[in-house]
Every structure is written in C-alpha cells, then in structure tokens.
Design a protein around this ligand. Structure first.
Ligand code: ADP
Length: 765
C-alpha cells in the first residue's frame, strides 16, 4: 500500500505535473483564442478591403465627376474663345456662370503669350501665365487634353489650388492660349470628411507624376511620393489593395488604390489599422493581460506548490521522524519491559537457585551416597600429604562412623590413620589439576568396597561421592557364579536340544514309515476283507441251499446257527471293509434322488422284528423343513442311521426308541438334515463320551462281551457324516439313555422331479 501511495504521489499527482498541466491547458486556450482572433481579423480585413475597394471606386467617381464638370467648363470656354478669338460677351457670360460654381475657385482665359484676357477675378490686367507649368505644357501639345496641374499656392487667392487647363487652338491649329479653372484640393481631400468619416480614414489623389494632388492626412501637398509601394503594385494591377507602412506617420494602413483610366491620376483610400481592428486590439490586449495574469498565477501557483511540497516533505520527514521516535519509544518500552521481565525472571531464577541450592544441600545431606567436601593439604614442595573435611553428609558420617562435628575440620590422617597413600595422591591430583576421577576400590581402613567419584569445584578443593558397593560386589560374585552355572546348563540344554532334534527327525521318519505301513495295512485289510467276503457269501448261499433240502431238526438247528455266525462274520467283514476303504480314501459319495422319509420308514421296517422281539417301540417323529426328495448318497445315509438304530436297539432293554429328522434350508438350494436317534438304554458315562467315535474303541470291555460289536460302527459313521458335510455328536446320561445326533448337507431336488417321483410311488403302491 505504501508503495502504491508513493507511486501516486510521485508520478500521478505531483505538483510539477499539475503546474505543467495548467501551462499546457493555458497555452492551448491562448493558442485557440489567438487563432480565433487572427482568423476574425483576417475575415474583417478581407471585408474591410472589400469595402475599401468600393470606397476607392466611389472616390474615383467623385474625382471624375469634379474633373468632368470642370473639363466641361473648360471645353465651353475654349470652344467660345476659339470661335471668337476674342473675349466675347458669350465668353464672359460662360465665365461668370463657371465662376458661380462653388467647385471653382477661379476661371481664367489666357492668350497665346500667357496674358490673361479674361478671369473671374477682376482686374486681370498684367497677369501672365506664361511661366506656369500648365501653360508651358499646352504650348507643345496639340491634342485637346485636360491638364491637371500640381497643387500650388494661388497667386491671387493665396491658397492651395489645382489648375485644370485646356489648350486653345487658333484657326490654323497653332497655339492660341489656355483656359484654366482653379479648384481647391479640398474638394478631394474632404471627401471622407464630408461622409463623416473620422481621421482614421484617409483619401489621397496623386498624379502619375508621383506628386500628391490631394490628401486628408499628414502628407504635404505637392510632395513627391515616388517611394510609395503603390507604384510597384500599379505596374502589376490598375486596382488593388495593400498595407502601407505609413512611413511618415508610422501608422499602418490598409489601402485600396485605383488608376483612373481617363485621367493620369491614382486614387487611394485607406483606413488605419487602429480603426480597422480596434476590437482585435482590445482582444489582444485582454489576451495579453490574461496571459500575463495566467503566467503570474502559474508562477505564483508554482511557488505556492513548491512551498506546499516543501512543507509536505517537511511534514513527511517530521512524520517519519515522529514514527521513528514512536517506534524507538515502543522499542525502548518493550526493551524496558523485557528487562523488567528478565529481572523478574532472574529474581525468580535466583530464588529458584537458592531454593535448589538449599534443596541440593538438603539432597546432599540426605542422599544415600556419602558426600564430602575437602581441602587438600600439601607439603612445602606442593606434594599432597593429607586432606581436611569441610562438609560431610549423613551417609558420610555413617560411613566414617563419626558425627559431623567430629569429622568437619579434621584431616583424614587424623580420622583414618592407616589410610592408603593412593587415595591422598589421587584426590590431590583432582584438587590440583581439576580433572575428575572415578575409583572403585577396597578401603582397608573401612573394610568396604567403595565407588568414588571425585571432582574439583574450585582450586585446592575436591568433592567426593562415595557409594558403598560392598553388597553389590558380593552380589556380583554370586551373580558370576550363577552365570557360570547357567552357562553350563545352557550347554547341556543345547546338547539335549541337538539330541531332541535328531530324535524328532527319527520320529518323523518313523511316523512316515508307520503311515506308509498303515496305508499298506489298510489296503491289505481292504483286499483281505474283500477276499474273505466272497467265500463267506458263497458259504451262506450254500447254507441257504442246504436249509431248503430235507434235514433233520437237529441238522436244521445247526445250520441256522452256522448261518447266524456267517451273518455276524459278514457284518464284521463289511465293517472292516468299509473302515479300511475309508482309511484308504476309496469311498466316494453318490448323488441320487431319494425320499428321506421313505428311507427311514424302510429302515424302521427292517428293524421291526428285532424291536418286537425285545418288546420295544421304534417311532419316527418328523419335524418341519424336511423336503420330499433330496439329492445325495442314500446308501451311506442309511448305513449311518442303521448303525445308530442298531446300537440303540442293542443297548436298550425296555422303553422307546425315537428317530427324528428336521430340515433347515441353506444357501444355494442346499438343505441341512439333522437326525437324532434317542433311546432309553444303558446310557454312556461322561468320561467315556470322548472315546465313542475313535477307531476300535468301545466304552467298556465288558460291554463287548455282553453286547458284541467291533467298535468300528461310530467311527465309520463319523467319517461318512463328515464326508457328507456334517458332524456327529452324542448327549447321554448313564442308565437314562442316549441321543445320537448327526447332520448332513444335501441338495433339495427340483419340484418337478419330486412330483414325478411321487406319481411313480403312488403308481407302485
Ligand atoms: P460296536 O460295534 O461295538 O457297537 P460302535 O462303534 O457302534 O461299535 O459302538 C461303540 C460303543 O459305543 C459301543 O460298544 C457302546 O459301548 C457304545 N454305544 C454305542 N451306542 C450306544 C447306545 N445307544 N447306548 C449305549 N452305549 C452305546
């Protein structure tokens, strides 16, 4: 902002610029006005010139009229005299008539020798004109021409007159005299006066002989005016206008001239510049006055501006100085405040320092380590020989076994006479050189291990901080012993670790071998079971055939027993075969459509004989959510359920066996079926439940003996259930009964498949 302000002050509105602008403006206004005045002047001059030309024409006409009138008079007189050759009465009559004309001063007739024979003046005798120029001019002139003389003082009337004359011819054509009319030059000079024009308007009449005939200005009559510029102009144009310098009066005039075609005369009229341009003169004066005033105003404004500028500069400088002063004052105030704050801080710091010092001394006093301030004592050679206690804390008192008052002021040799020189030398070095030291050593006089830090706060003095590390030293020794033992144990551990590693490797190898052997065994078992089943089925077939033949009741009984044994054997073999196939991972789960409820019904029917035989009730409770038809391995599902029902029948002496099934929809069209087989049998002890699903395990050896079985059924069921995406578990209470649960994950069959199947079932039934 400041920069913009400076820029505006410096370049946009500086006083110089304003003054310059005013000058330019004024110059422009003046130029315009001047130009306007000049232009108006030009126009006026043109108009006046035009008017002047007209006046010149009018004046010429006036001159002509006067001359013509007088010429007419001369012609009349001349004619009369020529005819009569004497002063006839007619001539006299004409003479008197002419003389009566106010234009004419004198009219005269002279004979060939110049003698005046008739004149309007009386008496005329004795007057002779022979010496006069106009008389002489006519002697040699033969043409009848009007001679216009130069003005001269009249002999008789003693006034300026102009002689107009004509030649008189004798009958033979020789010179017979002249007729003369004298007229006043005023006739011409007063032309403007008669028109009421003032002296600024001038008229002039000159002959072509450059002699003035009449003039209303300062020019003397009869003056030779060959120097007038008009004569050069005449050569170019017979009429025109020009500016005369007004050589005699010094006044400039605008002149118009005309050469009279019928007389050897030049008429001129003029108007002086002062009359011509009074208005312009006035304007010019105003303009000059205005210019002068403007110059004065600008000059004064300039001075005023400079003064204002100087004043402003001074004000600016004053302001700057004031601001600087204010800033300095503020800085001083700030510094003062800072100093005060620093003082306060220093006071606080001092207080804190004192407090800390006190605290420190308190700390020193109460610190756990023994603290003491000493002064070294040297011999004459400057060798340290002893040191004196200046301050000791409580711990030091304890360490030395004396009170503070007993210690302070005494030397170490006084307190501990058998002190080793080593301590005095070491502390002496600290006190004299200022180099701190740390010593850990055994102090014989105190019977202690001490860790001592010593430094010198000022020359010849030193401070010690002694820590009793006797216990630490002892512990260190014990620790070192423990470490040694630990190291040995670690070595032993490493040795056993290596051994274990080797064992582990051996075990892994053995496990792999065992697994291979187990697999081989399972495969062997599978093969063997298969091999055994074939002859057994053969044997059973043969027993059935034999039973159909005629046999004695005893033979029949024996064969029935044999068949029952073969049945048991076949079941065992089937279990072993299933187990070994499961072990060898050779069992594959099928996927076919079947009705769950139909399958359960059929199973119940299969077990109805045994149920009835044992006087039990076998019931099916169906819960919601079981689909009509599912897709899965009905054979394996039947095998699991069959095993559980068979077990329930086996281990229940009385009561009810309930089979229940419930379904639950899963995502992706799957269904989870949960089966439960509950009995009121012998139950299972809690501690035996873990063994149930393990291979070849039976809860109790006596049970096998009582109820028979291989202990494979639940193990096979577990594996099959898991293969069908489910789990198996049991809830049981001893002597109350057991409930075996298992879940399987199946696919629900499509609706149309179900319908077709139901239809076929209906047809079958
Ligand atoms: P087994 O062929 O010996 O019956 P299982 O695997 O089917 O083999 O059964 C293992 C053991 O689990 C049985 O010997 C029996 O001790 C116990 N058990 C199985 N079902 C029941 C049940 N319903 N009630 C009581 N104990 C049972």
């Amino acid at each position: 902002m400041e920069m913009v302000g400076q820029f505006v002050r410096k370049w946009i509105l500086p006083e110089k610029f304003v003054v310059l602008f005013c000058i330019v403006l004024l110059v422009m206004v003046w130029s315009g006005t001047f130009w306007q005045i000049s232009y108006d002047r030009e126009i006026t001059i043109e108009t006046v010139t035009h008017e002047n030309d007209k006046f010149a024409l009018a004046f010429e006409e006036h001159v002509r009229r006067v001359l013509k009138t007088n010429e007419q008079y001369l012609i009349l007189l001349t004619n009369e005299y020529e005819q009569s050759q004497t002063v006839s009465p007619a001539l006299l009559r004409i003479l008197s008539q002419v003389a009566a004309d106010p234009l004419v001063n004198i009219v005269t007739v002279a004979e060939s020798h110049g003698e005046v024979v008739a004149s309007s003046l009386s008496p005329v005798y004795g007057l002779n004109l022979a010496d006069l120029p106009h008389f002489r001019a006519h002697i040699n002139e033969d043409a009848g021409r009007l001679f216009i003389g130069q003005p001269k003082i009249g002999r008789v009337i003693k006034k300026q007159t102009i002689q107009l004359s004509r030649r008189i011819n004798k009958p033979d054509g020789s010179f017979g005299g002249i007729t003369v009319v004298s007229i006043s030059p005023q006739l011409f000079a007063d032309y403007y006066h008669d028109l009421d024009f003032d002296e600024k308007y001038v008229v002039g009449l000159s002959g072509l002989d450059h002699v003035i005939r009449a003039s209303n200005n300062d020019y003397e009559l009869n003056t030779d005016v060959s120097m007038f510029e008009v004569w050069q102009l005449l050569e170019k144009s017979p009429a025109g206008s020009y500016y005369s310098s007004g050589s005699s009066s010094g006044k400039r005039r605008l002149m118009s001239y005309r050469v009279m075609p019928d007389y050897p005369l030049v008429v001129q009229v003029g108007v002086s510049e002062s009359a011509l341009t009074p208005m312009f003169q006035r304007r010019l004066i105003y303009l000059e006055a205005a210019s002068a005033f403007s110059v004065f105003v600008i000059f004064y404004t300039g001075r005023l501006t400079r003064r204002v500028r100087k004043q402003r500069l001074a004000e600016d400088r004053l302001q700057e100085s004031f601001e600087e002063l204010t800033a300095t004052h503020e800085e001083l105030t700030a510094t003062e405040e800072e100093l005060r704050a620093q003082n306060d801080e220093m006071d606080k710091a001092n207080q804190t320092l004192t407090a800390k010092e006190e605290e420190l001394w308190g700390l020193f006093q109460h610190m756990h380590d023994a603290f003491a301030l000493h002064e070294i004592i040297c011999d004459e050679q400057g060798v340290p020989v002893d040191y004196r206690y200046l301050f000791v804390n409580a711990a030091k008192e304890k360490q030395l076994g004396h009170s503070q008052s007993e210690i302070v002021g005494r030397t170490v040799r006084e307190l501990l006479p058998d002190i080793e020189n080593m301590w005095i030398e070491a502390y002496g070095k600290v006190a004299l050189t200022g180099e701190p030291i740390q010593i850990i050593n055994y102090v014989k006089s105190l019977d202690k291990y001490l860790a001592v830090s010593a430094y010198s706060p000022e020359p010849n003095r030193f401070v010690t901080m002694a820590v009793d590390i006797t216990e630490q030293k002892m512990a260190e020794v014990a620790l070192q012993e423990k470490e040694r033992l630990l190291r040995e144990s670690f070595k032993a551990l490493m040795a056993s670790h290596d051994e274990l590693k080797i064992r582990g490797e051996e075990l892994t190898e053995a496990k792999e071998k065992a697994e291979a052997a187990n697999k081989a065994k399972s495969e062997f078992l599978a093969n063997m079971s298969h091999e055994i089943r074939t002859p057994i089925t053969g044997m059973m077939g043969m027993i059935d055939l034999t039973l159909m033949s005629e046999l004695t009741p005893e033979q029949k009984d024996d064969l029935s027993t044999a068949k029952s044994c073969a049945d048991s054997l076949l079941r065992i073999i089937n279990d072993i075969l299933d187990f070994s196939r499961l072990e060898a991972r050779k069992v594959v789960i099928d996927n076919t459509d079947f009705s769950v409820l139909e399958m359960v019904d059929e199973l119940i029917k299969t077990h109805s004989c045994e149920t009835m035989r044992k006087g039990l009730v076998l019931d099916l409770v169906q819960s919601a959510g079981v689909p009509e038809t599912v897709v899965g391995d009905s054979g394996r599902l039947r095998q699991v359920l069959n095993n559980l029902i068979a077990n329930a029948l086996k281990f229940t002496a009385k009561g009810v066996i309930t089979i229940s099934v419930q379904g639950r929809d899963l995502s992706g069209g799957d269904v989870e079926l949960i089966f439960a087989v509950a009995d009121t049998g012998i139950g299972i002890a809690t501690e035996d439940m873990d063994k149930l699903f393990q291979t070849f395990s039976q809860v109790d050896g006596s049970i096998t003996r009582r109820f028979g079985g291989t202990g494979l059924g639940l193990s096979i069921s577990k594996r099959l259930v898991e293969m069908m995406g489910g789990t198996i578990w049991v809830e049981s209470e001893e002597d109350q009964g057991s409930t075996f649960f298992f879940s399987v994950r199946l696919k629900a069959a499509k609706r149309e498949d179900v319908k077709s199947r139901q239809t076929s079932l209906v047809r079958k039934s």
